[in-house]
Design a protein around this ligand. Structure first.
Ligand code: FDP
Length: 336
């Protein structure tokens, strides 16, 4: 069999009854938007796209020019296709309905247009994360509340990592598959079917500078990893932290590992840094479909009922047995 393009892969998923034509076209539109973002990212300083936009988002974070540009690219690409009822983004306070000039579809799209903002200006990998939900029956004018569905209802999710090569990693609930952008052809080509995350690992990813703010179960868990071979875990662990969730998760999908962003005492009102609906949920779907696990330290992320569009959550994801150990320590400690 020759090369399998994303278009062909999606047609095959449709023929097998896993997705319908609307969802197929929606994913193709997201992929097309990611190609435009990849193009803008790769131009770097020559494209005049680096630096701050001079604005802030709902989370109070300074927006980069590329955050704003990527958000616009995704919105524009998706508004006219007829597959969506509304979009929501890290960069917008509330969801955005599809303009009346265009037909409306049955899906809701959430995205983090450019994840890993602190890495944009230093030429390190960044990415786009997306999640697709069904618009509830009978809802013609979707509001924020209609997006508040647990991650286990996602019909598709994935990310694009803009690294040395641009890769799209996708799940529609039939495994996790990786596509590499062929820049000459302008198409995503299937380069790994059914990614599998090794169940055991010797690599962890965490921002260690927050250690003094962690709660007891985190101190215990990472403390034991650091003790290495002679400690209770009986093996040496290595640490990696790109500080772009997309890049860290991509490494874990490729060779295993555990990614952690816990809740801590620095800002106890915030249940972690990462966002549930357009970071943790899509990444958890992708990771579980590759045989990994994802929890908030206590419960499976995909079973959490969201209360707000921009809700934050603690994240433990990656190699199954490692996520189980970290989760067990939290459950044993009992406090939250
Ligand atoms: P960023 O704030 O740069 O957008 O989405 C949040 C995120 O990046 C993740 O991509 C990344 O894993 C994490 O935050 C990095 O956090 P630290 O700044 O604490 O390292």
């Amino acid at each position: 069999m020759g090369q399998v393009s994303l278009a062909r892969f999606l047609i095959e998923q449709q023929r097998a009854g896993h997705i319908n034509a609307d969802l197929r076209l929606l994913i193709e539109v997201v992929a097309r938007a990611c190609k435009s973002i990849a193009h803008a990212v790769s131009k770097g300083a020559l494209g005049g796209v680096l630096g701050d936009a001079g604005t802030g988002n709902i989370q109070g974070e300074a927006q980069k020019k590329l955050d704003v540009l990527s958000n616009e690219i995704l919105l524009e690409a998706n508004e006219w296709g007829g597959h969506l009822a509304a979009c929501a983004s890290e960069e917008m306070d509330h969801c955005q309905p599809i303009p009346n000039a265009y037909p409306k579809g049955n899906y809701l799209l959430l995205f983090d247009p450019l994840d890993g903002s602190s890495n944009i200006d230093v030429n390190i990998s960044v990415g786009t994360i997306f999640s697709v939900l069904r618009c509830p029956d009978g809802v013609t004018e979707p509001q924020d509340e209609h997006f508040l569905q647990p991650g286990n209802t996602q019909v598709a999710a994935g990310y694009t990592v803009y690294g040395p090569s641009t890769m799209l990693v996708l799940t529609v609930g039939t495994g996790t598959h990786a596509f590499t952008l062929d820049r000459e052809q302008g198409s995503f080509v299937l380069t790994q079917r059914d990614m599998r995350i090794p169940e055991d690992t010797k690599e962890f990813a965490i921002n260690m500078s927050n250690q003094r703010h962690w709660f007891e179960p985190m101190q215990r868990y990472v403390g034991e990893l650091l003790e290495g071979k002679t400690g209770p875990r009986g093996k040496d662990f290595n640490m990696r932290w790109v500080a772009s969730m997309v890049a860290d998760v991509h490494r874990i999908l490729t060779r295993g590992g555990i990614f952690i962003y816990p809740r801590d005492r620095k800002d106890p009102d915030k249940p972690g840094k990462l966002r549930l609906m357009y970071e943790a949920n899509p990444m958890s779907f992708v990771v579980e479909q590759a045989g990994g696990a994802a929890t908030n330290g206590y419960e499976r992320i995909l079973d959490l009922q969201p209360g707000q569009l921009h809700e934050r959550v603690a994240v433990f994801l990656g190699s199954k047995n490692e996520v189980e150990v970290a989760t067990r320590y939290h459950r044993e400690a009992g406090d939250r």
